[in-house]
Design a binder for this molecule. Structure first.
Ligand SMILES: *Cc1c(COP(=O)(O)O)cnc(C)c1O
Length: 349
């Protein structure tokens, strides 16, 4: 096979730039020995689902899909009828980065967007949207979705989650959590997965694998098991039922059974803190958000960012209006130092 040229130098534009961590890779290799039944009726998938139930210390219905857009959209669709609405932050991935998939898969459930400068929903914002109208002409609020950790790199405290879920409960709204970076939030709070999900009133959780070190795949966990009715059909219809399901499920066994999911997230979070502390005090550069998970958002004059780009660094500026740097399970501290140095020199140039 001809060599494909890859740039060995790490970039921090996205935590999806990283490859597959050894634990996930080894589990895929183990799953690759021999034949098993297809479409999820296999020992790896059963074991992965059981491992989730053990980790979350509860019975729950577990499904494996290819990516986060599908996980979020199908989970929300299972909570809503087409005439319902879903309350979310204006920064939410479901609103800004899923190309209308939640509305599409729910046959039209409308997203009701709350202005949230920090990227976090509040009970007040939920109350305002949920009570704004109660007449027949308005799409009936049925669910709330929040992202943990948020698109802006923030983490809801357990108290904040509970206040939100109480608000939901009192208004008959289901609570969905987009956990594309659930592991980073868990590592940040130092709490158990159970505390940050069902014990805080979350009904459905999408637990992200790709950004945590897998090749692909998200797990959808229904703590409210009634909402999972026929979810398998919904997945199949949406093209999300993997024929060789074991390659979506086995990596979770590798990630969860020996704690790699948490170690990976701890490493990524600590890299973000390292970068934030290295750039603190650079004139004209400031943090746009407190660093609470694996993201660092930087505000700097356009000239400084251009200088940084000219030194070969890539990063996004379309999220939150600042330059975003994301850290992953394999982020290299030496490379982060090089980035900090280049940012310092870009600011001085
Ligand atoms: C990355 C991400 C997802 C999943 O995106 P896909 O590209 O569909 O896998 C979902 N929510 C958030 C907040 C994300 O950052």
């Amino acid at each position: 096979m001809a060599e494909i040229e890859i740039n060995e130098l790490q970039q921090f534009a996205s935590d999806n730039y990283a490859g597959i961590c050894p634990e996930a890779w080894q589990a895929m290799d183990a799953a690759n020995r021999g034949h098993v039944t297809s479409y999820g009726d296999d020992p790896w998938t059963a074991r992965a689902a059981d491992t989730f139930r053990t980790l979350f210390e509860t019975e729950c219905d577990v499904y494996f899909v290819f990516n986060g857009t599908a996980a979020n959209s199908l989970a929300l669709a299972s909570l809503c009828q087409s005439f319902h609405s879903v309350i979310c932050s204006d920064q939410a991935h479901v609103e800004t980065d899923e190309c209308g998939a939640p509305e599409f898969f729910s046959n039209g459930s409308k997203l009701l967007v709350a202005a949230s400068p920090e990227g976090k929903l509040t009970p007040e914002a939920i109350r305002e949207l949920a009570t704004k109208r109660s007449d027949i002409h308005y799409p009936k609020p049925r669910a709330v979705t929040l992202t943990q950790s948020t698109e802006t790199g923030r983490v809801y405290t357990l108290a904040e989650l509970r206040a939100i879920s109480e608000e939901c409960r009192s208004r008959g709204l289901s609570l969905h959590m987009d956990g594309a970076r659930f592991a980073n939030a868990c590592a940040s709070l130092g709490c158990s997965p159970a505390e940050m999900s069902w014990k805080s009133g979350v009904d459905v959780l999408c637990f992200g694998g790709a950004k945590n070190g897998m090749a692909m795949g998200e797990a959808v966990l229904f703590f409210d098991r009634a909402s999972a009715t026929d979810f398998d059909y919904r997945c199949k219809q949406a093209g999300q039922l993997a024929a060789k399901m074991r390659f979506l499920s086995a990596p979770w066994v590798g990630m969860l059974e020996n704690g790699a999911w948490l170690r990976n997230a701890e490493h990524a979070n600590s890299c973000a803190r390292q970068f934030a502390s290295q750039v603190a005090g650079i004139p004209s550069v400031r943090l746009a958000q407190p660093v609470e998970a694996n993201a660092v958002f930087i505000e700097a004059p356009e000239k400084v960012l251009d200088n940084l780009r000219a030194r070969g660094w890539s990063f996004y500026t379309f999220i939150g209006g600042a330059a975003r740097f994301m850290f992953a399970w394999d982020s290299d501290p030496k490379r982060i130092e090089a980035l900090s140095r280049d940012l310092r020199e870009s600011a001085a140039a």
